[in-house]
Write a protein that binds this ligand. Structure first.
Ligand code: 572
Ligand code: ZN
Length: 335
């Protein structure tokens, strides 16, 4: 067994160090993984820049990374679902398995969740990493290690669509064409959305969204006039969207998600913004627009998302996630 265990440790903001750490010993229900691909999430960048992401704050040095795939190097005595040499995607959040949330299928809300690279839990940007075997998912041969790692942010997009009860024929608005906005758009299309309009403040992001299959794109400015923007969105889509996703977190974008959604529709807030914002609440509620939050994802890996990344699309997309450039053979259909 190798002894090199190079590890990316964030000591404090702007102080990321490559150091050697001991290769972990595994428990009976764990596997040791030789890490292969680890994406850099926006949260890794936030921790590096400021030491915080949302309400999570870095207090001790932490190993970065949670968008990951690896190869099984060693099995715990009781592990039955994997073999040495299996290529796996890692679901980075391991819940307690005993609480009400775990028992009722909403394990992402478990208060004792241990989620990689979320303080104080270490991540997996390291050569050897141990993980609960039942949160490792064997990848089919046609799925690359890069795609295996990208199942993590993809799961956020799929979960956002599930929160919206998105289904065939829905008209969809996505506000923000960053990685999560794009993955939400792709998930919405794969789940049957008939039209998707995506907005951003950068034309280059919209050009990329168009390449990925956006039906319409709309460049917005920070001080866009709200009623005019609502009208423009309706004109481009032919009607008001059934479902809007805010994937930016900016107040202007959250407001637009509420204002633009069709009466009786759903506005899903997946972007990470300021903890308190001013939104047109009364009008939104009076139109029975449901406002729904998203916390990561749940049940996506167990629903065999890895298998759903199809070989049907021969041309890989080149894809940015955080600071990492990937080729991404995106799944073709997910209904
Ligand atoms: O890949 C999942 C993921 N989750 C993140 C950040 C990055 N990647 N979250 C951090 C922020 N929280 S939060 O503080 N919030 C809703 C703003 O609870 C959600 C998860
Ligand atoms: Zn992430």
């Amino acid at each position: 067994m190798a002894t090199d265990n190079l590890t990316a440790v964030l000591n404090k903001p702007k102080d990321l160090q490559l150091v050697q750490t001991p290769i972990p010993e595994i428990a009976d229900d764990e596997v040791l993984l030789r890490m292969d691909c680890v994406g850099i999430c926006g949260s890794d960048v936030h921790y590096w820049q400021s030491g915080a992401c949302g309400h999570f704050v870095l207090k001790e040095p932490m190993i970065m990374g949670h968008e990951a795939s690896g190869v099984v190097a060693k099995l715990g005595a009781k592990v039955k679902n994997l073999k040495v040499g299996d290529r796996v995607a890692i679901e980075p959040g391991v819940p307690c398995r005993y609480c009400e949330f775990c028992k009722t299928g909403r394990y992402h809300l478990c208060p004792d969740m241990l989620f990689c690279a979320t303080p104080p839990v270490h991540g997996n940007l390291v050569r050897y990493y141990k993980h609960a075997a039942d949160f490792c998912y064997k990848l089919p041969d046609h799925v690359t290690m890069e795609e295996g790692a990208l199942l993590e942010p993809l799961s956020v997009g799929i979960h956002a669509c599930r929160r919206a009860n998105l289904t065939g024929g829905h008209i969809v608005l996505v506000l923000g064409a960053g990685p999560i906005g794009l993955l939400t758009m792709l998930s919405a299309k794969a789940m049957g959305a008939s039209k998707v309009l995506i907005t951003d403040i950068f034309q280059s992001r919209l050009d990329f969204a168009k390449q990925l299959g956006a039906d319409h794109t709309l460049l917005v400015t920070r001080d866009s006039n709200e009623p005019e923007l609502v009208k423009k969105i309706q004109e481009l889509l032919g009607e008001h969207p059934d479902v809007s996703f805010d994937a930016s977190g900016a107040q202007a974008s959250v407001r637009m998600a509420l204002l633009a959604t069709k009466s009786g529709g759903v506005a899903v807030l997946v972007g990470m913004g300021a903890p308190e914002q001013t939104v047109p609440l009364a009008g939104t509620l009076a139109r029975e627009v449901d406002i729904r939050g998203v916390f990561r994802y749940v049940n996506e890996y167990p629903r065999r998302v890895p298998e759903l990344i199809a070989m049907e699309n021969p041309a890989p997309f080149v894809f940015w996630v955080g600071a990492t450039l990937f080729k991404f053979h995106f799944f073709h259909r997910y209904l």
